[in-house]
Design a protein around this ligand. Structure first.
Ligand SMILES: [Zn+2]
Ligand SMILES: [Zn+2]
Length: 138
């Protein structure tokens, strides 16, 4: 299966329109394997796609839980790809270089606690971000 077909399939699964620009952005998001923002996507696609289009698409992806917002100290919203339903994990952000790191997943008892909690409550977003200085900056 070609990469493009795979990307189309993901969008189709959520009944989302697969335009050429969307496929480029999704490819970028999946291959980055890291936390990204609208600005970083704009840069990595060399400005070929305008920011308004990127913002709109990120909103659509977030509404469909294809990407999750990562809480950060930056003004720009940070996201990460969260399909297939990635395990829940906290983040660490360096207050000097602003780099965001993914930490180890939650312990099984915490995941069980969340599952139990979401039987009666609707959890819309889970975020846990530690801040401080990374090994390079401290
Ligand atoms: Zn740092
Ligand atoms: Zn992460």
């Amino acid at each position: 299966m070609s990469d493009k077909k795979k990307l189309r399939d993901i969008l189709q699964l959520y009944s989302l329109k697969a335009s050429e620009q969307r496929l480029i952005l999704l490819q970028e998001i999946i291959s980055a394997k890291a936390v990204f923002s609208a600005d970083s996507l704009y840069n990595s696609t060399q400005g070929k796609i305008d920011l308004a289009t990127i913002y709109r698409f990120l909103k659509v992806l977030q509404n469909n839980n294809i990407i999750c917002q990562v809480q950060s100290i930056d003004e720009n919203k940070s996201y990460e790809y969260c399909l297939p339903q990635k395990y829940i994990h906290p983040h660490f952000q360096c207050t000097k270089c602003h780099k965001i790191f993914c930490l180890e997943k939650l312990a099984p008892q915490h995941e069980a606690m969340l599952r139990e909690y979401s039987q009666q409550n609707e959890i819309k977003q889970i975020s846990l971000t530690f801040t401080g200085l990374c090994a390079k900056c401290k």
